[in-house]
Write a protein that binds this ligand. Structure first.
Ligand code: BG6
Length: 512
């Protein structure tokens, strides 16, 4: 595979990027403004984009190329994480931005896009490669792909690739249907399903940490690991996306995709080689080993929550049901906590607790691996005669994904002074201070990878289906159960039932 692709570099560095045009459907939407164009601008600023790279945006709104450029300039100024906006760099980048208005249901749009593409390629010498990006409402994905297929836009002198933004379906059946529509037009190896969590530097670093070092992997199994906690907490609410979120919920929005992918990265076997399919085969295999719950197991192992109104940090925060666009009786989960088991030789019997929620006390994503305690508590009766609780005694490895990026290892140490009083201390690695360099955003990494034809950090249809298989029984039972929502106050760590779920195993959630 790698031999056929001159742009593929197995170690994923010093790879050149072929020229191409990126056609964005949904170019007037939130994703384009907040993530895609700021990431592309940053790549241009860092001189990582190929000469002649071009963007051709489409949405229904009537705009000229210049109107669109102006909108994107505002977006880049507003959403770039750091102060990288530079009017000279922007001017060069903006020369390659074009726009074609039109409704994706109108077959004529695709003919117009074909003509614009030919013009853009000639003007920019962008080469004949085209990458399509589906950033529309998910309900339009199949229509767009069909339009591309019927108009012949999927064929040409260069390569044609398709990037699909999540959600990949609403359940297993719709995920398969969507995939069928895509497969009729694009071969699987030209389809890039984005899961932006896989593009985060710290998530990529899990592989470096596990497979680049000799000392951790021997401990990375059921003999030494007691349990794993994966937390993705958000302080924000649904930010004006109430009506979308009402139909989605936390389990679908975060666990089905991002957090199961993170869990797969933590728990997978080492790949034979570091190549896209070898890595993805291992993630897929892991996802297929996650136990699918029986209906009667669901309420014991999966807890939904929904936030109610509260006063947080001196200001009133609306409950989910009071958000614009949300029904007063909505049964949506704005919080979800699930106990997963991985039924394979490495992990049999070890709980993987995953939780995520909106309106929690702070934004933090991390993975905590709790190791077994020492077999014998030698120091129990020394010192002040106190006994540290098991959760404090045990070694803990924390992989910090965001906002602080790093790794900490907690262990017990002797407190200075008389006797053998032990206290937990920690060894910390911090990305910022160790490397002093900015980490590229997930979209920067992923867009560049797709241009190079490297799908390592993208998900595949088999993984999408395996994840749906795992969450479907939960969705099913939750949809048939009437929960007493709201069950946590905005600004708190979620419902009591989630604490009880862990307490039944003798565990407790960490406060990250
Ligand atoms: C998106 C979800 O996929 O991920 C959002 O739809 C969520 O609801 C976001 O806020 C979180 O991403 P990040 O990178 O900010 O952790």
């Amino acid at each position: 595979m790698s031999e056929q692709n001159p742009f593929h570099d197995p170690l994923r560095f010093e790879r050149s990027v072929p020229p191409c045009t990126l056609v964005i459907f949904g170019a007037n939407g939130d994703l384009t403004r907040r993530k895609l164009v700021p990431a592309l601008y940053r790549l241009a600023f860092d001189r990582k984009l190929p000469q002649g790279f071009a963007i051709l945006g489409n949405s229904r709104t009537k705009m000229s190329d210049d109107d669109f450029r102006e909108k994107m300039r505002e977006a880049v100024e507003k959403y770039s994480e750091d102060n990288s906006f530079d009017s000279g760099a922007w001017r060069d980048f903006a020369c390659g931005i074009f726009y074609e208005p039109g409704d994706v249901n109108d077959p004529d749009l695709y003919q117009r896009l074909a003509r614009r593409l030919a013009e853009v390629e000639k003007k920019r010498q962008a080469g004949a490669n085209v990458m399509f990006y589906l950033a529309t409402q998910p309900s339009q994905y199949a229509t767009v792909v069909e339009g591309i297929g019927q108009s012949g836009l999927h064929e040409g002198a260069g390569w044609r690739r398709l990037i699909v933004e999540k959600p990949f379906g609403h359940d297993l059946r719709s995920a398969r249907e969507l995939n069928e529509s895509i497969r009729r037009v694009f071969p699987e190896n030209e389809v890039y399903r984005i899961d932006h969590y896989l593009g985060k530097e710290t998530v990529q670093n899990i592989q470096a940490f596990r497979f680049g070092n000799g000392i951790f992997e021997p401990l990375w199994n059921r003999r030494y690991v007691n349990h794993v906690q994966i937390t993705a907490a958000e302080e924000i609410g649904v930010e004006g996306r109430g009506s979308f979120y009402q139909e989605t919920g936390a389990l679908r929005d975060m666990i089905q995709n991002h957090l199961l992918q993170v869990m797969a990265t933590v728990a997978m076997e080492p790949p034979a080689v570091f190549e896209p399919d070898a890595v993805r085969d291992e993630r897929a295999k892991l996802l297929r080993s996650v136990r699918v719950m029986k209906p009667e197991e669901v309420l014991l192992n999966a807890v939904p929550g929904q936030y109610g109104p509260a006063r947080v940090g001196g200001r009133e925060v609306l409950g989910f049901r009071q958000e614009p666009g949300v029904a007063p009786e909505a049964q949506t989960d704005t919080y979800a906590a699930v106990t997963f088991y991985v039924d394979n030789w490495r992990w049999a019997g070890i709980p993987f607790y995953i939780r995520t929620g909106k309106r929690l006390p702070k934004r933090v994503t991390d993975i905590a691996i709790r190791f077994n305690s020492a077999p014998l508590s030698l120091f129990r009766n020394n010192g002040a005669g106190e006994q540290l609780p098991p959760d404090i005694q045990a070694n803990l490895l924390i992989l910090r994904i965001q906002p602080e990026e790093g790794i900490s290892l907690r262990f017990l140490s002797k407190h200075p002074g008389d006797g053998m009083r032990l206290r937990p201390v920690s060894m910390d690695f911090n990305y910022g201070s160790s490397f002093g360099a900015r980490s590229p955003s997930a979209y920067e990494t992923l867009l560049l990878d797709a241009m190079r034809g490297d799908g390592t950090l993208y998900t595949r249809q088999d993984m999408v289906e395996a994840s749906w298989q795992v969450v479907e029984p939960i969705l099913q039972v939750w949809s048939e159960t009437k929960f007493d929502f709201p069950n946590y106050e905005a600004g708190t760590w979620g419902p009591k039932a989630a604490d009880e779920m862990l307490a039944r195993h003798g565990h407790a959630w960490r406060i990250p």
